[in-house]
Design a protein around this ligand. Structure first.
Ligand code: AMP
Length: 534
């Protein structure tokens, strides 16, 4: 190695370039005496102060203690264990190391989470020579094996099933593991991975000869029992999220009928401010149908669910991150542990069955200090989930009617019709009252203004209710039939036609002519062109 090369390798960066003010009660990464290459990467990813889980675990973990941490996604737990692993690996360099023999192993329950962790690890090792690799199910085995064997691997991130494949085929050896990290242990348990993990843990050195960190969103007795087997005198750290729902998310729950859901969704997606939208639904078939409908309506979108092959899922997620399409329709597999910055809207097309998923879903927006919007649809089939969600997030949810500007053309037209009917009914009541007053005064009633259902006046900002189609179906003949006669002010016919400027709504209202005769015959017609496009 030449002198010049040596000089080139030294990072041309000094810690003085990373200034973070000391603030009482906050722990800076500077206070932890981390390797310079790691500090440079931390600066680049934009962290300044430790999150609570980091501030609580890092002093112990960096000193070599085993830790079990109760922390959910969003607390910064990934960086907590990565910083520990990277520091340890950089501070204890090996004389020699063979391919297929990683030094740190991170186990995660899903491919998406494993790949996300690997990405974070690559970002944090950017200025060091540590190598990160991932082995996850659903992707080409040979390709992953080739990648793993092209160079040494310091940090291996894996899903349990695929790692066992690698172990069985002698493509990876775990006897040199210095650090074992088990992430989302509770989900591992739920997903039936514990037997696999037991096999994996047995292939690593004994607890005294490795450092083990275990993270779980919950500490059930089962998890604590497993933690006791896999760790050595661990430090236990628990972080409850301060607020369970993201503070930076503006949350709305709209009361809609199930038929209104799709038109309202389409309208939300078409708004200017909605530039990266995640739509969640509980079932794969709903997700698939939604994506088909959105595509038919010319809205670029992709699906992320268990139905989609792994390779495609990763491409889809990458495409969404890169802004190649606007809408990602997903089941809850995508909701947890996935970081996509800049999601402007999260739409819960169906409310989740597990209140925790509500928090996970809406946590996809409002990240990294940006404001996000979550809109949940509550219809007759899913509003019963609301009390459980309210209890979980410890907050009352205000149910809102869909604001007018979020209504789709058809719904907007229906709203105008309904308002016209309401107005006509009011006119009828007013007129009846006037007639009553006139009769009491024993005078013929004053000529009142003909009742006109002025649809323009229906463009109020009042909440919109579901449309009563019965009014719209009233046949015109009814208005002219002798018996029974339409009451004054009743909407007798409504026609909604498409025009260039938007839906054109014609409302016919039966009007009592205010002359002395009792024959009410005139039909007043109000036409409103709703060019507002709602
Ligand atoms: P996690 O809980 O690991 O899923 O992390 C949630 C998010 O917090 C990720 O987008 C991280 O990049 C980010 N994050 C982690 N640690 C910090 C920190 N100390 N300061 C700011 N953001 C952080």
């Amino acid at each position: 190695m030449t002198k010049q090369n040596k000089r080139y390798r030294r990072p041309r960066w000094h810690i003085s370039q990373f200034k973070v003010e000391e603030v009482p009660g906050k722990v800076r990464f500077h206070d932890l005496f981390l390797p310079i290459a790691l500090m440079r990467a931390i600066q680049e990813v934009g962290y300044e102060y430790c999150s609570p889980i980091q501030a609580m675990t890092l002093p112990y973990a960096l000193a070599g203690h085993d830790c079990i941490g109760k922390a959910q996604t969003g607390t910064g737990k990934t960086a907590a264990f990565l910083i520990t692993a990277i520091t340890d690996l950089l501070e204890h360099r090996l004389e020699e190391q063979y391919v297929g023999e990683p030094r740190a192993l991170i186990l995660a329950p899903t491919r998406e989470l494993a790949l996300q962790i690997a990405e974070d690890a690559k970002a944090l090792t950017k200025y060091s020579r540590l190598k990160v690799a991932a082995v996850v199910g659903g992707m080409d085995f040979d390709k992953q094996k080739q990648q793993l064997h092209e160079q040494r691997t310091d940090i291996l991130v894996a899903t349990p099933g695929r790692l066992i494949d690698f172990m069985n085929r002698k493509a990876v050896f775990l006897d040199q593991i210095e650090m074992l990290i088990i992430d989302e242990a509770d989900r591992m348990l739920d997903m039936g991975f514990i037997p696999d993990i037991k096999t994996i843990v047995r292939a690593t050195p004994r607890t005294e000869n490795r450092q083990t960190l275990l993270f779980s969103a919950t500490f059930s007795q089962d998890i604590l029992n497993l933690a006791q087997r896999w760790t050595n005198d661990p430090v236990r750290v628990e972080v409850e999220p301060k607020v369970k729902t993201a503070e930076d998310v503006e949350q709305h729950v709209y009361l809609v009928s199930s038929e209104e859901k799709y038109p309202v969704l389409r309208r939300i997606v078409r708004q200017d401010e909605a530039d990266r939208v995640m739509v969640f639904a509980n079932r794969r078939d709903i997700v698939r149908d939604l994506a088909e409908n959105l595509k038919k309506d010319g809205i670029p979108c992709q699906v992320l669910s268990g139905d989609v092959p792994q390779n495609k899922r990763i491409r889809t997620l990458d495409g969404f991150k890169e802004g190649k399409f606007e809408v990602l329709v997903a089941t809850d597999v995508a909701g947890r542990g996935i970081h996509v910055d800049g999601v402007s809207h999260v739409i819960n097309f169906t409310l989740p069955e597990d209140p925790e998923d509500y928090v996970h879903r809406i946590g996809r927006t409002g990240r990294a200090g940006k404001k996000g919007v979550s809109i949940s649809f509550a219809c007759e089939d899913d509003s019963f989930q609301i009390p459980a969600i309210e209890e979980y997030i410890k907050r009352k949810i205000d149910l809102e009617q869909v604001p007018e500007h979020m209504l789709d053309d058809e719904s907007a037209a229906a709203m105008v019709v309904e308002k016209a009917a309401e107005k006509a009914a009011k006119a009828e009541a007013d007129q009846a009252a006037a007639a009553q007053t006139a009769a009491e005064a024993e005078q013929p009633s004053e000529t009142s203004e003909p009742v006109v259902a002025d649809a323009s006046e229906t463009e109020t900002s009042e909440p919109v209710k579901a449309v009563d189609n019965a009014a719209a179906e009233t046949p015109v003949e009814d208005a002219t039939a002798a018996e029974p006669e339409a009451p004054v002010g009743e909407v007798t016919a409504i026609d909604v036609a498409e025009s260039e400027d938007g839906p054109e709504i014609t409302v016919e209202v039966f009007v009592q002519e205010s002359d002395d005769t009792d024959e009410g015959t005139a039909d007043s017609e109000a036409t409103k062109t709703d060019s507002d496009k709602a």
